[in-house]
Design a protein around this ligand. Structure first.
Ligand code: TYD
Length: 204
């Protein structure tokens, strides 16, 4: 059994989850805790290949795409997540296997089967699932960041992705309404995370 803590940040693009992960990391570091911040897709060989697909997914089949996300995660679990958890570290991870369930589920795979294929990956202690109406997420990406939607983020598919995220029922998921201000959402994150930190201190 590992003694670390794995907190993952999930939700559709434009929910502000990455901002919230940084805010939480700062808050915890100020408290003197040793925090590891990481993300998927990673910067490893498979993650880099995945990023080349953002512009255009036509070159690979949906199965190959799913296999790439899983291969990237296998590498991440083996090289980084498992060793750090065994050292007792607190890991914050931007996206994890629930993203695969929702995004690759949206292109036709069964979300349950995807979760099953990810059973090699340690279960998160806490999955914060950020939600906003997909239209708000899209506005935040295009108007707010001045970016265009990548091929995983087109509106029709984001609606499907959001619907799958909504349908996921797992004991470690806590849903966070991300339509409020950054500060309000940060407070909701702190409320969700605090009980887990108490447990960590007791184990120390
Ligand atoms: P994002 O998390 O916004 O990272 P970046 O800063 O590199 O854009 O985008 C990652 C994209 O990859 C996002 O659109 C969702 C998609 N994705 C999947 O389709 N499946 C997965 O398993 C993961 C981890 C991400």
């Amino acid at each position: 059994m590992n003694k670390g803590l794995l907190i993952v940040f999930e939700g559709i693009d434009g929910t502000g989850k990455s901002t919230q992960m940084s805010l939480l990391a700062c808050f915890l570091k100020e408290k003197g805790l040793d925090i590891i911040e990481t993300r998927e897709p990673t910067n490893g060989q498979f993650g880099q290949r995945i990023r080349t697909l953002y512009a255009n997914r036509d070159g690979v089949s949906r199965e190959e795409e799913l296999e790439l996300f899983i291969a990237d995660r296998q590498e991440h679990v083996q090289d980084m997540l498992m060793p750090r958890l065994q050292e007792g570290k607190i890991i914050l991870c931007d996206r994890y296997f629930l993203s695969t369930a929702a995004y690759q589920g949206a292109v036709g795979f069964s979300p349950e089967e995807i979760i099953e294929r990810n059973s090699f990956a340690p279960q998160p202690d806490l999955a914060l699932l950020f939600y906003v109406p997909p239209q708000i997420g899209i506005e935040r990406i295009t108007t707010g960041r001045g970016e265009t939607l990548n091929d995983f983020e087109q509106e029709a598919s984001l609606q499907k992705v959001a619907a799958i995220f909504d349908s996921l029922k797992l004991p470690y998921i806590q849903r966070i309404d991300a339509s409020g201000s950054i500060e309000a959402v940060h407070q909701a994150v702190l409320q969700a995370v605090t009980p887990f930190l108490r447990n960590m201190n007791q184990n120390a």
